[in-house]
Design a protein around this ligand. Structure first.
Ligand SMILES: [Zn+2]
Ligand SMILES: [Zn+2]
Length: 85
């Protein structure tokens, strides 16, 4: 496995954990959040402004379309900071 693939797997796992909800001792997310993480990482790689990305990522995290809750909005903001330092 190449380094790039490994790094991507790490990014995916960390992203999925943030989406799933981090807590002490938890090292992996559920499969549903892993799928969401894939979509989020993909979106974060597009050349869009963060202000445009937050609502889209919040939608993915919340599983809603345009009606994401405050908690998921905050997660989306945190995810962008992690993915686009
Ligand atoms: Zn989960
Ligand atoms: Zn939500």
């Amino acid at each position: 496995m190449s380094t790039a693939t490994l790094a991507r797997a790490d990014v995916l796992r960390e992203t999925a954990l943030t989406i799933c909800g981090r807590r002490e001792g938890k090292t992996r997310s559920c499969n549903s959040c892993l799928r969401k993480a894939d979509a989020v990482v993909h979106l974060a790689a597009t050349p869009q402004l963060n202000t445009l990305l937050v609502p889209q990522i919040a939608d993915i995290v919340c599983g809603s379309s345009g009606r994401s809750c405050v908690a998921c909005w905050e997660k989306a903001t945190r995810l962008l900071l992690e993915l686009r330092p």
